[in-house]
Design a protein around this ligand. Structure first.
Ligand code: NAD
Length: 539
């Protein structure tokens, strides 16, 4: 795909409608304020057609054994690798993130994901069998069923994704669904349509129609939900998540919701100061803080708080805005970050680094905001209670471990949370008390990239799981295939409900329910004595 020439326009409007033509999505470079390209959006009617076509193709994809799907997905992985330099250019241009982060977080993260699922999928999707002597032996023998669970795909999964990792997050929402045998329709963010266009090229090795991309804004996302699909996989804000849940409820479509959080870290007094300041600094500011699992609240033990703040501030001052921290991607995000910082400063917070007016300016319509750390913050400040999704972190002190846990689990919801300590046991104990979808020890934020383990939130940070075995099975209907253990021998609880049948059932209930060993023996004999009489009379 050739890069179109840039035009010099200071605008952040994302869509325009040409006379009777399609709505055009504007792709905008937030580092420079320039429009990069315009891409036509789909219409809601076209979305319905795309879903109908995916529905036709879905059974063929589902019929390919998982090993065959894995082989084709491997070709997609190699395609991502082949396209990596162009991907880095397009991702960086549309999001403002550094090429290093496009290469590591988006491209490497995607390769890790494909590679991991290729290894996990054959085992995770293999039917689960209950052997005759596996627990629970007694009920199985009495009911007379041989059971297995098949992980069958839903059919068509609609994947609606955000702009912060336009490649990696799009895959996070959709790739487990594909491995699981579903056809997918992706609605990428209207903020990054150029990356959305590249998806078609990436998925070329798959049979036509297994992956479709529909471009557009919220209305096109809504049309996808309403098509309806058989499952919706959503990554985005809690506000949109609520709307999608309500719309999906009309069709009783199941949903996976990966939403945002105000993630916290607890720094215990025995943490290594150099390690923890480097780790928390990166976790707060990578991808310019536009990561659902970005560290937004740091709670530091009183005992090391002064040393921590000095070391953190010194390192923060060394991070290069431009080469290491990119611009924000989306204009409303800049306004939110500015509002939160001003609210906090008005209410008595102080700046440890960054702040409005620091760093690069935005005179050309670009979206720079310097990485900013606030201290002396309180629970009434918007920045402590609500997600910033920008280069903003707060640092507070705590008196003891209970206080730290209480504050980290406060009103603000964690998607992920972390504990930093030199003592593994103590860190594990504190971590066990944190309410979050993922808990990390001496690390934060990268866990979404750990595609081999489940990823997801709690409460308002979301439900359902992506990644890992759980993520693959999220996109399957666990179907119990039950075969009569005795071939075509009739069952004692079929018609007629005669006396030997009832006595036999009473025997079963004694055997399963009675606390008394003698009574259980009695039950066993009642079953043995009445079985053939009960079966003889069956209709
Ligand atoms: P958003 O909710 O504004 O948009 C996400 C997607 O939903 C976009 O493609 C958008 O077009 C679409 N959409 C909007 N309205 C819709 C509607 N009514 N019906 C269907 N689709 C609709 O989110 P965003 O600004 O793109 O992304 C930022 C948010 O995403 C943050 O809250 C962040 O925490 C969250 N996020 C979560 C994860 C995670 O894994 N939990 C990962 C990345 C981002």
């Amino acid at each position: 795909m050739a890069e179109p020439k840039t035009t010099r326009k200071k605008t952040t409007r994302r869509t325009t409608k040409k006379n009777d033509g399609p709505v055009m999505l504007k792709s905008f470079n937030p580092r420079t304020g320039k429009v990069i390209r315009e891409i036509p959006a789909h219409s809601p009617a076209e979305v319905a057609d795309v879903v109908a076509n995916a529905r036709k193709v879905a059974p063929e994809w589902a019929a390919i054994p998982v090993e065959g799907r894995v082989r084709m997905m491997r070709q997609v992985r190699h395609n991502i690798y082949r396209l990596q330099d162009r991907l880095v250019d397009v991702i960086s241009a549309e999001t403002g993130k550094t090429p290093f982060e496009s290469l590591s977080l988006d491209v490497m993260g995607s390769l890790i994901m494909f590679y991991s699922f290729e290894k996990i999928a054959p085992k995770a999707l293999r039917p689960k069998r209950f052997g005759p002597f596996d627990a629970p032996f007694l009920p199985k023998a009495l009911v007379g069923l041989n059971s297995r669970v098949e992980y069958r795909p839903f059919g068509v999964v609609g994947c609606i994704t955000p702009w912060n990792y336009p490649l990696w997050n799009t895959f996070a929402a959709s790739v487990p669904a594909l491995f699981a045998g579903n056809a997918i329709v992706i609605k990428p963010s209207e903020v990054t349509p150029g990356v959305g266009e590249m998806l078609k090229e990436i998925f070329e090795p798959l049979p036509s129609g297994v992956v479709s991309v529909v471009q557009g804004g919220g209305d096109i996302g809504a049309a996808l939900v309403d098509a309806p699909c058989d499952k919706i996989s959503f990554i985005g804000s809690p506000t949109t998540g609520r709307k999608i849940c309500a719309a999906a409820a009309e069709h009783l479509t199941p949903v996976v919701m990966e939403l945002g959080g105000v993630d916290s870290a607890i720094v215990l007094d025995d943490a290594d100061l150099d390690y923890v300041t480097s780790g928390t600094l990166w976790s707060a500011f990578f991808n310019c803080g536009q990561t659902c699992s970005s560290l937004e609240r740091i709670y530091v033990s009183d005992k090391i708080a002064d040393e921590f703040r000095d070391a953190f501030a010194a390192k923060l001052a060394q991070v290069n805005q431009g080469d290491e921290i990119g611009s924000l991607t989306f204009k409303p995000q800049l306004s939110l970050v500015e509002r939160q910082v001003n609210d906090a400063l008005d209410k008595g917070a102080s700046l440890l680094g960054g702040g409005p007016g620091a760093g690069k300016d935005n005179k050309d319509g670009s979206l720079w905001f310097a990485p900013t750390a606030l201290e002396n913050v309180s629970e009434d400040m918007d920045v402590v209670r609500n997600e910033s999704f920008g280069p903003l972190v707060t640092i507070s002190r705590f008196s003891d471990d209970d206080d730290a846990v209480h504050r980290a689990n406060g009103e603000a919801v964690n998607l992920t949370a972390s504990v930093w300590s030199g003592d593994k046991k103590r860190a594990e104990y504190v971590g066990s008390r944190l309410r979050a979808g993922v808990v990390s020890i001496n690390n934060h934020g990268v866990n979404a990239g750990a595609a081999w383990a489940p990823w997801g939130g709690v409460g308002e940070s979301g439900f359902g799981r992506l990644n890992g075995e759980e993520g693959l099975r999220e996109f399957t209907v666990p179907t119990h295939v039950a075969r009569s253990m005795m071939g075509q021998v009739k069952q004692p609880f079929w018609y007629p409900y005669d006396e030997p049948s009832e006595t036999m059932i009473r025997g079963v209930n004694k055997l399963l329910g009675s606390p008394d060993l003698g009574e259980r023996f009695k039950g066993f004999f009642e079953i043995a004595q009445n079985m053939s009489k009960a079966l003889k009379n069956k209709l």
